[in-house]
Ligand binder design. Structure first.
Ligand code: HEM
Length: 519
C-alpha cells in the first residue's frame, strides 16, 4: 500500500494513519462551521423534496412569532434546484407587484407558462424537445387572453356540454370501477383525473379530438408520464438525465402521437381560417386567434402552447376537486344545505349565467384554503439586486415568493384558521338555519376573487386566468356527485395528501364510497 501524502509517511503505516487522523481533526476543527453549514444545507435541500411544504410552514411560524402582526419577516428555504426567500407582509407583496420588469422577472412558477415548462415539465425530454424561451412574454402572452378573456366569454355556450360530460363521464367511470371491483369504493383522485380530463378535453380540443377516444386516452397517459417523468428528471444530474431523458422521449411513441394528432388539427384550422370558414369554440382556436399577428408561430408552436396549458389545467383541477370530495366526506353536515341549493333556483342561475351557488362556491373556497396544492406562490427571480422596503435584500439570481399555504392558515387573516368553516365566505344571512359558521371579517367573497390575503391564484401581474373555468367545472362535477351519490371515506383516519417539494397532492389510494342515491 502506498500513500500520496509522503510528508506524513515515516515507514510505519501505524504512524501515518495517526498523522492523517490528527491533521484531519485539525482541519475539521478549523473549518467545522463551514463544513456543518454546507452539510446541513445539502441535507435540508434533500429533506425539502419530501417535506418542502412543512418546511415552509414551520419557517413561517418561526418568523411570524418574531414579528409584529402584518409585518412577518422574510426567511430563506433551500431546495435542491434553488433557494427561495419567502416574504408575506402586505408591503413586501406590494414591493413585488411594483417591481420593474428588469428588477424581478415575471416568470411564473406554477404549471403553465414557459419557465414552468422548463423547470417543471423538462420539455427537452417530455415535449419532444420543444425549446421555450425562458421568459414570460418573450413569445407573447396571447394565452392569457385566450384563457382569461375568450374562455370566460364562451363559458355560457360550452357549459351545457360541460354539464352533460360531467354527468355522463363520472357515472360511466363509476360503473366501470364498480364492475371491476364489485364494490362502490373507488379512488376519488383517479375518478377526478379521468372526469376532468374528459371535461377539459371538450373545452380544449373541441369535437374533433375531445370526442376521439383514442386521442383522449393517449393524452391522459401522456399527462401521467410527463408529471412523473419530469419530477424524476428534475432530481437527476445532467449526465444521467441525458441517458434517461431520451428513453422517456421515445416511451411508447406517446409524445409523438399526441403531437401529430393535435398538430394535424391545428394545420387544418389555420387553413380554414385563411378560407374564412366558421370557427369552432375551443382553446385550440382561441390560441390560434391570439397568436402573434405577424404569423411567426408555426403550427407546431401553437400545438406546444395548447399542450402546455393542458397539462397544468388537468393536474391542478383534478387535485383540487378530489380534495373537495374528501372535505365533503369529512364534513357531512354541509351535504344537506348544499343539496338544497343544487335542487333550488341557484343551480339554474349557474347554468344561465356561469355565476351563482354561493354556498357551494364558499365550500369550494374553504376547501381550497384548507388544501392549497402549492405551499408557495408568486415566484419571481431577481434580475438585478433588489431591496424590499423592510430591508430584505435579493442578490441577482435569487428567487422570492409568497408562503401561500401558511398565509391561508394564519389566524391574523382567517379566524379559526385550522377549522373547516364551509360557509365562511358568504354573509351570515345566507347561512342555513341548521348550520351557522364563522364568517370572514372583510365580508363575503367568491372563490375566484383575488385579495391581499388570498394568494391562491397568484400575485400581482400573474394570476390564474383559468380560475373562472375552474369554479364552473368544480361546481358542475360536485353538483352531480352531491345530487346522485351519498359519499363517505372508507378509511376516515387515513392521511389524505402526499407532499413532494412544496406541492401537496391528494393521495391516489384514498378510497371513497359512492352510494347511488334513490332519487
Ligand atoms: C385549481 C386549478 C388551478 C390552480 C390552483 C391554478 C393556479 C394558478 C396560479 C397560482 C397561477 C399563477 C402562477 C404564478 O404566479 O406562479 C396560474 C397561472 C396560470 N393558469 Fe392556472 N390554475 C388552475 C387551473 C387552470 C386552468 C384550468 C387553466 C386553463 C384553462 C389555467 C391556466 C393558467 C394560465 C394560462 C396561467 C398563466 C398566467 C400568466 O402567465 O399570466 N389554470 N394558475
Amino acid at each position: 500500500m502506498s500513500f500520496s501524502i509522503k510528508a506524513l509517511y515515516d515507514g510505519t503505516h501505524q504512524l501515518s494513519y495517526s498523522a492523517i487522523a490528527v491533521v484531519s481533526i485539525i482541519v475539521l476543527l478549523i473549518f467545522k462551521d463551514s463544513i456543518i453549514s454546507v452539510l446541513l444545507e445539502r441535507w435540508n435541500a434533500w429533506v425539502y423534496l419530501f417535506r418542502g411544504a412543512h418546511m415552509v410552514q414551520s419557517a413561517y411560524d418561526k418568523a411570524s412569532s418574531r414579528s409584529r402582526p402584518h409585518h412577518s419577516q422574510s426567511y430563506n428555504i433551500s431546495g435542491p434546484d434553488n433557494d427561495h426567500i419567502f416574504v408575506s407582509s402586505k408591503q413586501a407583496i406590494h414591493d413585488i407587484n411594483r417591481a420593474k420588469r428588469d428588477e424581478l422577472s415575471l416568470q411564473c412558477s406554477f404549471t403553465i407558462t414557459p419557465s414552468d415548462c422548463l423547470q417543471m415539465f423538462q420539455p427537452a425530454y417530455t415535449m419532444l424537445g420543444h425549446n421555450w424561451k425562458d421568459e414570460r412574454g418573450a413569445e407573447g402572452i396571447g394565452y392569457v387572453r385566450a384563457v382569461g378573456t375568450l374562455l370566460p366569454n364562451q363559458l355560457l355556450k360550452i357549459m351545457p356540454d360541460m354539464w352533460e360530460y360531467a354527468q355522463s363521464t363520472f357515472d360511466k367511470l363509476f360503473k366501470e370501477s364498480q364492475a371491476k371491483t364489485g364494490s362502490n369504493e373507488a379512488s376519488a383522485y383517479d375518478l377526478m383525473k379521468h372526469t376532468i380530463c374528459k371535461l377539459n378535453g371538450h373545452m380544449f380540443f373541441g369535437t374533433e379530438l375531445g370526442a376521439n377516444e383514442v386521442f383522449m386516452s393517449t393524452v391522459f397517459q401522456y399527462n401521467e408520464i410527463v408529471l412523473n417523468a419530469a419530477e424524476v428528471l428534475r432530481i437527476m444530474p445532467e449526465w444521467l438525465k441525458s441517458i434517461v431523458g431520451p428513453l422517456i422521449k421515445r416511451y411508447g411513441g406517446i409524445q409523438q402521437r399526441v403531437f401529430s394528432m393535435l398538430n394535424e388539427v391545428v394545420i387544418q384550422r389555420l387553413e380554414d381560417k385563411k378560407n374564412g370558414a366558421p370557427e369552432p369554440n375551443d382553446l385550440i382556436q382561441w390560441i390560434i386567434n391570439t397568436a402573434p399577428k405577424d404569423g411567426s408561430w408555426t403550427p407546431g408552436r401553437i400545438t406546444y402552447e395548447v399542450i402546455t396549458i393542458w397539462f397544468g389545467s388537468v393536474h391542478a383541477l383534478s387535485s383540487t376537486t378530489a380534495f373537495a370530495i374528501f372535505d365533503l366526506c369529512q364534513h357531512q353536515e354541509y351535504i344537506q344545505p348544499l343539496r338544497a341549493e343544487i335542487e333550488g333556483p341557484e343551480f339554474e342561475a349557474l347554468l344561465q349565467t356561469t355565476r351563482g351557488m354561493p354556498l357551494l362556491d364558499s365550500f369550494i373556497k374553504e376547501s381550497i384554503r384548507m388544501n392549497p396544492m402549492e405551499a408557495m406562490a408568486g415566484r419571481r427571480q431577481a434580475l438585478k439586486p433588489f431591496s424590499f422596503s423592510d430591508g430584505t435584500k435579493l442578490a441577482k439570481g435569487d428567487w422570492t415568493c409568497v408562503p401561500v399555504k401558511a398565509m391561508l392558515h394564519d389566524a391574523q387573516y382567517f379566524p379559526d384558521p385550522l377549522g373547516f368553516n364551509g360557509f365562511r365566505f358568504v354573509s351570515p344571512e345566507q347561512h342555513p338555519e341548521t348550520l351557522r359558521t364563522i364568517t370572514q371579517p372583510e365580508g363575503p367573497s367568491r372563490a375566484v376573487d383575488i385579495s391581499p390575503n388570498f394568494h391562491y391564484w397568484g400575485i400581482g401581474g400573474i394570476v390564474c386566468p383559468g380560475r373562472f373555468y375552474v369554479a364552473v367545472a368544480m361546481k358542475l362535477v360536485l353538483a352531480h356527485i352531491l345530487q346522485n351519490y351519498d359519499i363517505d371515506l372508507v378509511d376516515k383516519d387515513a392521511q389524505q395528501s402526499d407532499i413532494w417539494r412544496t406541492y401537496i397532492l391528494p393521495k391516489e389510494k384514498i378510497q371513497v364510497r359512492f352510494t347511488p342515491r334513490a332519487i
